[in-house]
Design a protein around this ligand. Structure first.
Ligand code: F6P
Length: 364
């Protein structure tokens, strides 16, 4: 067993409940092998400005697995391969500063970087691996859209929070005979909307994988009324797309942000339903409530398993790999493979069929 390895760990992209559990498991598993772990602040930024690197010891991480957020900080800006840098005239220019990251990594005598992130951060990790950096990835995203693993941590917590919110909306929507549209996260995959929508007895679920038609949604609400159900709950993934249209963008990608900000689909659907049916509608966006707070037991355990598996992957020299859940096992897959395609909701899967069997409409 290699003694005395120096492991760096960072967390990148949007936070997800379970990040601290990964950090705890990585630190403890390394400690029990006589290795050292160093926390890199704010994604890859901490390998450019190295002042804030912290040595992670058992005292620093004990019991953080139950807490939300990440003790290392995170960002979805600042890709070292395309970094916006201010010129003397104040204008921004995009520069490749990845060599500086590699120089610092070598100077600090790190043996491996554990990159905990979603597709954006793991793509960067893979680029560093291609440039010779020993990297092991840990998949994280509440959206559950990363390939190569059956599930990512953070997803179960987000679904639980969304389901509780949907449960609560039924009584108020029923009392006012309203249609309430709740927008949940899920940029290009509708996993959160689908799982929380079914679990929360929604009447309509809109996901990016199935373009929706407002008339079909209205027809479904009318058919509910004929059954005596005078209200409706619609769960819409933020990335849901109207037929023939495109996703609703709130803000473009700018200042080094890796992707556009989506938002507004619930409001759009609410206005359209009200216009077409004359029904009283309301919309709400659950937003970052889905990412905040403690992880569920499932996410906590999965994240602890992923963290410990990342250390075993280093022991096995599985660089350029990502840990992954393939029940009942946590295994490793090549980053290249995991990143090659996004994991979207399969339209022929039994979850979609279950929803249809339950009488839930997808607006199609
Ligand atoms: O990718 C995870 C995610 O939570 C998306 O579902 C959402 O669109 C995005 O991050 C929000 O990012 P931000 O925290 O920058 O608003």
């Amino acid at each position: 067993m290699p003694k005395g390895l120096r492991i760096a760990i960072n967390t990148g992209g949007g936070d997800a409940p379970g990040l601290n559990a990964v950090i705890e498991a990585v630190t403890m598993s390394a400690y029990h092998r006589g290795w050292e772990v160093f926390g890199i602040k704010n994604g890859y930024q901490g390998l450019l400005d190295t002042d804030e690197i912290v040595r992670l010891t058992p005292e620093k991480v004990r019991n953080i697995s139950s807490t939300g957020g990440t003790i290392l900080g995170t960002t979805n800006r600042g890709n070292p391969f395309a970094m916006p840098v201010k010129k003397v005239d104040g204008e921004l220019e995009i520069k490749d500063v990845s060599d500086r990251v590699i120089e610092n990594f070598k100077r600090l005598k790190f043996d491996c970087l554990i990159a905990v992130g979603g597709d954006g951060s793991l793509k960067i990790a893979y680029e560093f691996f291609q440039k010779g950096l020993p990297v092991v990835g840990v998949p994280k995203t509440i959206d559950n859209d990363l390939g190569g693993t059956v599930i990512t941590f953070g997803f179960d917590t987000a679904v639980s929070i969304a389901t509780e919110a949907i449960d609560r909306l039924h009584s108020t929507a029923r009392s006012h005979e309203r249609v309430i549209i709740v927008e949940v996260m899920g940029r290009r995959a509708g996993w959160i909307a689908l799982n929380s929508g079914i679990s929360g007895n929604a009447h309509v679920i809109l996901i990016p994988e199935i373009p929706f038609n407002i008339d079909k949604i209205c027809d479904h609400i009318t058919s509910l009324e004929l059954e005596g159900i005078k209200y409706a709950i619609v769960v819409a993934a933020e990335g849901a797309i109207p037929e023939g249209g495109s996703e609703i963008i709130k803000e473009g990608a700018k200042d080094g942000r890796q992707d556009v900000v989506l938002g507004g689909v619930a409001e759009y659907v609410a206005k359209e339903i009200s216009k077409k049916m004359g029904k009283d509608t309301r919309s709400l966006v659950l937003g970052h409530l889905q990412r905040g707070g403690s992880p569920t037991t499932f996410d906590r355990l999965l994240a602890l398993r992923f963290g410990a598996a990342a250390i075993r992957a280093i022991e096995d020299k599985k660089f350029g790999h990502m840990v992954a859940l393939h029940p009942p096992h946590v295994t490793t897959v090549k980053l290249e493979e995991a990143l090659s395609s996004m994991k979207r909701v399969p339209l022929d899967g039994d979850t979609i069929t279950t929803a249809r069997d339950l009488g839930i409409s997808f607006g199609d």
